[in-house]
Design a protein around this ligand. Structure first.
Ligand code: FAS
Ligand code: PHB
Length: 397
């Protein structure tokens, strides 16, 4: 088989790239190691920046997102038992976030791809990439007992943190930066009404918590837990009891509990690999970087990587120019490091770090107290949360 771009991974990055290329008339094939149902079953991000919403609109998959997504103009910070609202719209000239789950984004992208008749190979085993440092990049994989090959002009590595693409780059050609956090997030999804109409980020002496949602009837909650914890060690009742302990009295009283429909523990890390282009291989999304989910940046960074990459590939095929491809990595990384910095800072501010003693909690509470009583401080949070403009990666500053 031959195509113009072979995309490894059918998560949000791979599917969104495939859709943007297809709309530009560029042939592409996606090779995914799991089944479509497995990909849809992973519960992950919940908040979209306006820039990500705009890219999804450009890809032609925004209809349900606008019909069902929940625009949010603010969120609450809860510390010392009291809640304080961060007025995103008021502090950023009207910019806001959209609550619309990654599962639904993925579902919309899968439906668009299926309708377009493009080729997606699910349950591809032993995917390997070859020749990306030369003029004949290609991908091999096994399916139904056969080894198959796809030749292409470019390989897009959209295969996430544990994928094969970044791992195939020689160690001498790549630099990796990593910070692993000494705790995880236990997430619970339930068909219960959210405790509040906006998100609540909690700094509690017992640990971080987050009250989020997927709709007005489906809630998503998180608790900071030790890395030694397992999902089996947390009954639903234990989860609800601990969440109540970390909430303010009003929220604890209002909280509607119910059976979990999903429960999982995610580790937290900050990770960036540089550069993101290796000859005819270009990385996008979690294949190149990971953020702790505190700042709701992971999926949003993936969307802007993909937008930059699609524009660069379209320029290559339409105008025979490689200016975009040559500048792809630098353009992405300017934006990525800003989001990494905010995600690390917000994670450091809101979580209990083992062994740092009670004084660390007092420092965090004092910083939060300053931030919510200083317009400049609150704007710092708001500007970073709603995200950078799309052209940020192009500016020389
Ligand atoms: P993904 O990891 O989503 O997709 C990569 C795809 O490549 C997968 O389908 C995988 O099966 C496939 N693949 C892997 N290896 C392959 C191979 N060798 N061959 C073929 N295919 C291969 N972000 C937020 O903003 N908020 C959150 O709350 C949040 N929670 C998260 C929780 C968890 C447990 C994880 C892991 C991430 C979370 N994220 C969150 C970040 C997440 O949303 C990512 O940013 C987003 O999934 C990025 O999408 P992709 O780059 O497509 O990577
Ligand atoms: C979610 O709803 O899953 C979510 C929302 C905001 C975050 C992280 C996760 O910062």
């Amino acid at each position: 088989m031959r195509t113009q771009v072979v995309i490894v991974g059918a998560g949000p990055s791979g599917l969104l790239l495939g859709q943007l290329l297809h709309k530009a008339g560029i042939d592409n094939v996606i090779v995914e190691r799991q089944s479509a149902d497995y990909v849809l079953g992973r519960i992950r991000a919940g908040v979209l920046e306006q820039v990500a919403v705009d890219v999804l609109d450009e890809a032609g998959v925004g209809q349900r997102m606008h019909a069902e997504g929940l625009p949010h103009e603010g969120f609450d910070l809860l510390f010392k038992g009291a809640r304080h609202r961060i007025d995103l719209a008021g502090l950023t000239g009207g910019r806001k976030a959209l609550v619309y789950g990654q599962t639904e984004v993925t579902r919309d992208l899968m439906a668009a791809r299926a309708a377009s008749g493009q080729t997606t190979v699910y349950e591809a085993a032993h995917v390997a990439i070859h020749g990306f440092d030369g003029a004949h990049p290609h991908v091999t994989y096994e399916k139904n007992g056969q080894t198959l090959r796809i030749d292409a002009d470019f390989i897009a590595g959209c295969d996430g943190f544990h994928g094969v693409c970044r791992a195939s780059v020689p160690g001498s050609a790549i630099t990796e930066y990593e910070k692993v956090y000494p705790f995880g997030w236990l997430g619970l999804l339930s068909d219960t009404p959210p405790v509040h109409e906006e998100l609540i980020y909690v700094n509690s002496p017992r640990g971080f918590a987050l009250c989020s949602m997927r709709s007005r009837t489906r809630s998503r909650y998180y608790l900071q837990v030790p890395l030694s914890d397992t999902v089996d060690s947390w009954s639903d009742q234990a989860f609800w009891d601990e969440l109540r302990r970390r909430l303010d009295p009003a929220a604890a009283e209002t909280l509607v509990t119910g059976p979990s429909i999903e429960k999982s523990i995610a580790p937290l890390r900050s990770f960036v690999s540089e550069p993101m282009r290796f000859g005819r291989l270009l990385l996008a999304g979690d294949a190149a970087h990971i953020v702790p989910p505190t700042g709701a940046k992971g999926l949003n960074l993936a969307a802007t990587d993909v937008k930059y990459l699609a524009d660069a590939l379209i320029e290559h095929f339409r105008e025979r120019s490689d200016t975009g491809i040559d500048g792809y990595s630098e353009r992405c990384l300017k934006r990525i490091w800003r989001a990494e910095r905010f995600s690390w800072w917000f994670t450091s501010l809101m979580h209990r770090f083992p062994g740092e003693g009670e004084i660390a909690q007092k420092f965090q509470e004092a910083e939060l107290d300053y931030l919510i009583h200083s317009e400049a401080g609150a704007r710092t949070i708001a500007e970073n949360y709603v995200g950078l403009p799309l052209d940020f990666g192009l500016r020389r500053a």
